[in-house]
Design a protein around this ligand. Structure first.
Ligand code: SF4
Length: 338
C-alpha cells in the first residue's frame, strides 16, 4: 500500500530557521499562558508555585490547538502547572529505574538488544506528567566528545542492535549535531536500527524539515520514529501535516500515548485519537500507564479502568489501531503488558 502523500503546504517547506524561530517564541511563564488563553486569574498563584518545581514551556503551535477561556481543555491540562503537583511531590523521582540502568554518561541499558541515549535534556514542551521531570540532565553529555564512553560501550557490546535516541527530546538537537551523533552510531557495525522518541512533530511541527526526513531515511540504520500524542485535538492542522511528512518520507512512525485522568481516560477520546493517527499512517503503538513520579499522581488512572478502556477500543477499532496497554517496571526486562 502506498503511504499517504505529504501535503503541499507552506509547512512542507519548513526549514531549520522556522523551527528555531518557533522554539524561541514558545511560552515560558505561567502569566503569559493564563493571559493568552483568557483563563481566570485564580489559576496564576498555583501555576507560579508549581512552575517553580518544573518550568512552563508551550510552543505557539500547541497553544493554537487549545480552546480559548477553557481551563478544562485537554491540551492545556497537559502543560498548565497546578497545585496538585505539590501534593505528590514526596513520591519517587525515578519510578522507571533509569539511574540504576545508567551504564555510561548518557547511556541507559535496560532491555536485551536495545540501549537508550539521553541525547539532550531539552524539550519543546514541558508535560506536567513527565516521568523524567526530575532526571539529572545536567550530568549527561553535551559536547560530541563527551559521548565517547557511551559510544565505546555500545561498540563493545555486540548484543545491542538498536539504539534509541531519547531525552529530553532528541529532535531538539540541531540537524548538524544530530547528524554527527547518528554518524557515530552508524559507524558501529553491529547496530541495525535507530529509534527516535520525540514529541516535537506534535508540539513543534516545523521541526519536521525535509533535511531531517532525508537524513533519517537515507542513513545506514533503519529508522523508527516514535511520536507522542495523547489526545485527538493534538493531531490536527500543522501536526497532522508534520506526521504526513514523516510517513510520506517512507519512515515507520509509531505513537505512544500516556493514559491521563481528565484528559484521555474515556473510550471516545482514545478511539478518536487512534483513528486520526491510523488515518495518517501512524501506528497507535502504546498506551502507557502513568509512571508514578513525584508531582504527577493526580494524572493516574487505575489499571482496571485502563484495561476496560482498551477492551472497549478492541471492540470498536481494527486490531492494528488498538494500542498495547503497558507499564514500565523498574528492573524488568521489558514493558509489562497490562
Ligand atoms: S516531551 Fe517527553 S521528555 Fe519532554 S517533558 Fe514531555 S514527556 Fe517529558
Amino acid at each position: 500500500m502506498a503511504p499517504p502523500t505529504a501535503p503541499h503546504t507552506s509547512q512542507s517547506a519548513a526549514t531549520a530557521s522556522d523551527w528555531h524561530r518557533d522554539l524561541a517564541r514558545a511560552i515560558r511563564d505561567p502569566e503569559t499562558l493564563v493571559t493568552r488563553l483568557g483563563l481566570d486569574p485564580s489559576h496564576l498563584q498555583p501555576a507560579r508555585s508549581s512552575a517553580g518545581l518544573f518550568g512552563v514551556m508551550v510552543p505557539e503551535s500547541f497553544l493554537a490547538r487549545m480552546r480559548y477561556g477553557d481551563s478544562d481543555d485537554p491540551l492545556l491540562k497537559q502543560v498548565l502547572p497546578v497545585a496538585d503537583e505539590q501534593q505528590s511531590h514526596s513520591a519517587t523521582v525515578d519510578a522507571v529505574g533509569d539511574l540504576d540502568a545508567r551504564r555510561a554518561p548518557g547511556l541507559i541499558h535496560k532491555y536485551n538488544g536495545r540501549a537508550l541515549l539521553i541525547a539532550t535534556g531539552s524539550c519543546a514542551v514541558h508535560c506536567r506528567y513527565c516521568f523524567r521531570r526530575h532526571y539529572p540532565y545536567g550530568e549527561e553529555p553535551r559536547r560530541l566528545d563527551e559521548w565517547d564512553p557511551a559510544i565505546d560501550q555500545l561498540a563493545g557490546d555486540r548484543s545491542i542492535d538498536e539504539v534509541i535516541l531519547s531525552g529530553g527530546d532528541p529532535l531538539m538537537l540541531s540537524d548538524t549535531r544530530l547528524d554527527q551523533l547518528i554518524g557515530r552510531l552508524e559507524a558501529i557495525p553491529h547496530l541495525s536500527r535507530l529509534r527516535l522518541h520525540t514529541r516535537l512533530p506534535v508540539v513543534l511541527p516545523s521541526r519536521v524539515t525535509a533535511t531531517l526526513c532525508d537524513r533519517l531515511r537515507d542513513g545506514r540504520l533503519t529508522p523508527v520514529v516514535v511520536v507522542h500524542a495523547n489526545h485527538p485535538a493534538e493531531v490536527v492542522d500543522d501536526c497532522a501535516d508534520a506526521l504526513l511528512r514523516l510517513v510520506g518520507s517512507g519512515l515507520t512512525v509509531l505513537n505512544q500515548a500516556v493514559l491521563l485522568a481528565g484528559i484521555n481516560d474515556d473510550t471516545d477520546t482514545l478511539a478518536e485519537l487512534c483513528t486520526r493517527l491510523a488515518n495518517l499512517g501512524v501506528v497507535p503503538y502504546y498506551l502507557h500507564q502513568l509512571d508514578r513520579v513525584a508531582g504527577t499522581l493526580h494524572f493516574e488512572v487505575p489499571e482496571a479502568e485502563g484495561r476496560r478502556l482498551v477492551a472497549e477500543l478492541a471492540g470498536r477499532l481494527p486490531g492494528y489501531a488498538v494500542p498495547r496497554y503497558v507499564r514500565e517496571v523498574a528492573g524488568a526486562a521489558g514493558k509489562l503488558p497490562l
